[in-house]
Design a binder for this molecule. Structure first.
Ligand code: PLP
Length: 397
């Protein structure tokens, strides 16, 4: 086991930047006032929340800080937008989303189906790119909401959310648009003000901020009913005393992400490409699951034919490397990723697919080490694979 961890699971979560921790600390022990109180201590906290809201406006390219609502996570942002729209518009019963959304959107839609909603789930092609034409063909006068993710957490594929939003509004100006931007924020520039997007959710722990804090963008003029009812915080849209240290932390993380955007788009992308090329050139049974040119710069998803993904992860862990597979453990058996299934990834690599997701902390030597170690791991696992004949045909080519 390597003493220092090589962390390539940044789409699951990221390490909190030390500058973020430093920015948060005073708000625990010194500036701990409740932003709603009237004395000076509270004013400092209130000012910090206001400043943070302005930074988040800039991060998302919104018009007005009032368009930012602080939430506890990406899942809450999605639930608030989706349930909040439907609550205000009970007459319309048609929803559109995609087959590859994060469970916080997908499972919510499945639940809504039980409550009388009709949902169209739009598919993706073998690269993970969305069939936007199919999506648009489903919009009608009864469509209350379209929910489309900005970037997919497993493949990194970026969906044309701005174009989709504009075209949906041409077909039905009353249809609302929610975009889950949890995997896009901090990885690609976002400029929501020039779009027709009504709601956008993000989560700080995906861009080197703390876990347990997120935001929902609500375009001026777009209405959403609150998920949490109580006090007047967040202009009545989300009750609960503001989590000042975490709000400050998310804003600091957003500031740093904006400063590091160029690094993400060039150096991190280059490292990701080096990783892909290294693995594909050295491992004969490796296949890129998404070759989409339109991917966030930090993500790759690679299938290893006839090898069990969880075994690869365990061996990577022994080598000090953290990555992930899209499989979900349901009732004791491993359910292959719904994203890879929607892409039609063949059975031969469906169970042996690994997602590597980099960050601004990833170094060239990390990637070199993975490219050096992984072939040995796959070689070892190929020897115990039950598919010796099929593997032999690929490896001996
Ligand atoms: N949406 C996407 C695309 C995600 O990848 C995630 C987390 O993995 C979420 C939403 C949920 O975010 P959170 O963990 O902050 O609830």
């Amino acid at each position: 086991m390597k003493s220092n961890i090589i962390y390539l699971d940044n789409n699951a979560t990221t390490c909190v930047d030390k500058k973020v921790v430093d920015a948060m600390m005073p708000y625990f022990t010194e500036q701990y006032g409740n932003p709603s109180s009237i004395y000076d201590l509270a004013h400092t906290a209130n000012k910090a929340v206001r400043k943070s809201r302005e930074i988040m406006r800039d991060f998302l390219g919104a018009n007005d800080p009032k368009e930012i609502i602080f939430t506890s996570c990406g899942s809450e942002s999605a639930n608030m937008a989706i349930k909040g729209v439907l609550e205000l518009n009970r007459a319309k019963k048609h929803l559109i989303t995609t087959k590859v959304e994060h469970p916080c959107v997908l499972n919510l839609h499945k639940d809504l189906e039980k409550h009388g909603y009709k949902v169209d789930y739009i598919g993706v092609d073998s690269n993970g790119d969305l069939d936007a034409a199919e999506l648009l063909s489903k919009v009608d006068k009864d469509t209350a909401l379209v929910s489309v993710m900005y970037a997919n957490n497993e493949t990194g594929a970026i969906f044309p959310v701005e174009e989709i939003a504009a075209k949906v509004k041409e077909i039905n100006p009353e249809t609302k648009i929610f975009v889950d931007a949890v995997q896009a924020a901090g990885k690609i520039p976002i400029n929501v003000k020039d779009t027709k997007i009504d709601f956008m959710g993000i989560s700080a722990h995906k861009f080197h901020g703390p876990k347990g804090i997120g935001a929902l963008y609500v375009k001026s003029g777009s209405m959403v009913s609150p998920l949490i009812i109580g006090g007047h915080q967040e202009r009545g849209k989300r009750a609960g005393t503001e989590n000042v240290p975490y709000i400050v932390g998310m804003a600091k993380a957003a500031e740093l992400a904006m400063e590091n955007m160029e690094d993400e788009l060039t150096r991190v992308k280059c490292l990701r490409d080096t990783l892909e090329e290294g693995i594909l050139s050295k491992i004969k049974n490796a296949r890129l699951n998404s070759t989409s040119k339109n991917r966030v710069p930090n993500t790759t998803n690679i299938g290893f034919l006839y090898i069990e993904g969880e075994l690869i992860l365990l061996h990577l862990n022994d080598a000090g490397i953290c990555a992930s597979s899209g499989s979900a453990c349901t009732s004791g058996s491993l359910e292959p990723s719904h994203v890879l299934r929607a892409m039609g990834v063949p059975f031969t690599s469906l169970h042996g697919s690994i997602r590597f997701s980099l960050s601004r902390y990833t170094k060239e030597e990390d990637i070199n080490y993975v490219v050096q170690e992984l072939p040995h791991i796959i070689d070892k696992l190929a020897k115990i694979s039950p598919f010796q004949k099929e593997l032999g045909e690929i490896l001996n080519k």
